[in-house]
Design a protein around this ligand. Structure first.
Ligand code: AMP
Ligand code: FE
Ligand code: FE
Ligand code: ZN
Length: 284
């Protein structure tokens, strides 16, 4: 039987809707053999996920780091998946903590901007929706839905709302610094959805070559935000640069329509990640 490996999923520790325990249960129910928990800028979901790990499921502990590339003005935001790093590394935990605080501050500024435009939305309700996890625009989307201003999360991310006037930048980690921090903490950095043009601006291939030289381990090719042509491009680039290739759902529970296991990673790429990481894979 072939091994089913999904290396990118979110819980309520950030902007997913399943708790870490529910996430690993759902991963087992979806027939996965391996799942990675990769919440935005936090490792808070690791322990509850390990405690709830069902028999037969393996858990890769990771995070998705909010990064920026300063090669354009304004900087291009990008996401770096980091796997199997030491969660107690002081430099990396300090960087993640700074990003989480900046996210709270930016979330409040977005809500205040909505209020200044006469819209009845509440910051305390938005914070409550985050349930103590990393605050993100999906939580503000929930506030917009509850206020009756939009019908769906995707409408909330549209040009009239969080994708337009109410889109404010946050303080992300400079991407070369992020790779250095992840490697220094014994982790394995993989560029998440690097060609997702439908999300906005993407970085040039030359930068990806520089990131590879700086320690990047892989590229996420199979992702719902990549077209088939973008997936093929990412695969070819990875082959050129000697990088491993992953595929993953980027599951967010009810905040997105994609299902766990919708995209998967080859066992050989998974084994390369496991061999390179300092934290072991947890087994249920
Ligand atoms: P933030 O990290 O606060 O800037 O919010 C970005 C997050 O919002 C991403 O990680 C996705 O989870 C989510 N997101 C972005 N675009 C959409 C969309 N069109 N529909 C639903 N969720 C989205
Ligand atoms: Fe997200
Ligand atoms: Fe992402
Ligand atoms: Zn993600």
């Amino acid at each position: 039987m072939n091994t089913r490996i999904d290396l990118h999923a979110h819980s309520t520790a950030s902007d997913g809707t399943l708790t870490p325990g529910e996430l690993v249960q759902a991963a087992a129910a979806a027939g996965l053999d391996v799942v990675a928990i990769t919440d935005h800028d936090t490792t808070a979901g690791w322990e509850p996920a390990v405690r709830a790990l069902p028999a037969g499921l393996r858990l890769v502990r990771g995070a998705e780091l909010s990064c920026r590339w300063d090669g354009e003005d304004p900087a291009v935001p990008l996401h770096l998946l980091a796997y199997l790093f030491d969660p107690d590394d002081p430099d990396l935990t300090a960087a993640l903590s700074r990003v989480r605080h900046a996210r709270v501050e930016r979330g409040e500024r977005i809500v205040r901007l909505l209020q200044a435009d006469g819209l009845e939305v509440s910051w305390s309700e938005t914070l409550a929706a985050a349930r103590g996890g990393t605050v993100g625009r999906p939580h503000i989307a929930q506030t917009l839905i509850r206020a009756g201003l939009v019908a769906t999360t995707s409408e909330a991310f549209g040009p009239d709302w969080l994708g337009g006037r109410y889109r404010l930048p946050k303080e992300d980690i400079e991407v070369f610094e992020a790779i250095r921090l992840v490697r220094a903490a014994g982790g394995v950095p993989v560029f998440a959805h690097p060609r997702a043009t439908r999300r906005g601006r993407v970085v040039p291939d030359e930068l990806i070559a520089d990131l590879a030289a700086a320690g990047l381990a892989g590229l996420e090719a199979d992702h719902e935000d990549h077209t088939p042509a973008e997936r093929a491009h990412v695969r070819a680039l990875a082959a050129d640069l000697g990088l491993l290739v992953t595929g993953a759902s980027d599951f967010h529970g009810a905040h997105k329509t994609v299902r766990l296991g919708a995209f998967t990673t080859d066992p050989q790429a998974y084994e390369r990640i496991v061999a390179a990481g300092v934290t072991s894979v947890a087994s249920g």
